[in-house]
Write a protein that binds this ligand. Structure first.
Ligand SMILES: C[S@@+](CC[C@H](N)C(=O)[O-])C[C@H]1O[C@@H](n2cnc3c(N)ncnc32)[C@H](O)[C@@H]1O
Length: 238
């Protein structure tokens, strides 16, 4: 999204968008991601592992993680309205009632606290989150959004690298970034963000493309639709 005409890095853009949009899934859905992540050993075995979801928007990912068994998922986004709505939507979907302890999820690690937490927060300042508190940080197109309009020094992306590095466990905490871009960089050898991450794998996934419908039913020529790939950057905390 770098140099995009749409200001994907701006709070105002997302705040306005969320006024009219209830639900939207950026890039690959969990049904595609989960098997890929399992195949590459990227998901914690422990259902109580703490997972951070950066820039949750109004995607189904928190619920998907819950349905995959995870009971300690914190989602953050810098738009307050989407955080409020996601908290309400997800609590309703999993039948969470904070006022009663008769809630069915006896396996909750923090009794009385919903397994899906939502916080209004700028990912470029996560100082409110405790240090080294997450085993896995998940980021689906939020690095893309933040990179949009970044400067030539990659100031924002480097800051994101620093912010995430502080809150994941070290060594070996994971930051999995799903991106449409083949050229995202998380590993820096000098300057801000240096020496924090090793990108140990980039998993390339070919996305489903649908042939564009011809205007005329009788048209016989085929339309060339190029393959489109998305990427999971597997960043390991050094
Ligand atoms: C491309 S959307 C991805 C949403 C969601 N992760 C998904 O997969 O559908 C980017 C999201 O990041 C949020 N965002 C962008 N910059 C942010 C920042 N600096 N801090 C927190 N959230 C941010 C936006 O509000 C938006 O919800």
């Amino acid at each position: 999204m770098t140099n995009s005409a749409i200001p994907f890095d701006k709070h105002e853009y997302w705040a306005q968008r969320f006024e009219h949009e209830a639900s939207f899934e950026w890039l690959l859905p969990w049904s595609v991601l989960e098997p890929q992540m399992r195949a590459h050993n990227l998901l914690p075995e422990d259902s109580t592992a703490k997972i951070l979801n950066l820039g949750c928007g109004n995607s189904d990912l928190p619920l998907d993680l819950y349905r995959s068994g995870y009971r300690n998922v914190t989602s953050v986004d810098f738009v307050a309205s989407v955080i409020d709505r996601m908290r309400e939507r997800c609590e309703r979907a999993i039948g969470w009632q904070s006022a009663t302890l008769s809630h069915e999820t006896k396996d909750d690690i923090n009794p009385g606290e919903c397994p899906l937490q939502f916080l209004e927060m700028d990912c470029l300042d996560m100082s409110r989150l405790p240090e080294q508190s997450f085993q896995l940080c998940f980021d689906k197109s939020t690095s893309d959004a933040i990179s949009c309009g970044d400067d030539d020094e990659y100031t924002k992306l480097r800051n994101l690298c620093v912010q995430v590095a502080r809150v994941v466990t070290r060594p070996s905490g994971l930051w999995c970034v799903v991106s449409y871009s083949k050229f995202r960089q998380f590993e820096w050898t000098e300057g801000p963000g240096r020496g924090l991450w090793r990108t140990e794998q980039i998993v390339e996934i070919k996305t489903e493309q649908h042939q564009k419908k011809e205007k005329h039913a009788e048209a016989t020529h085929k339309v060339f639709v190029p393959d489109v790939h998305q990427f999971i950057y597997v960043n390991r905390r050094l």
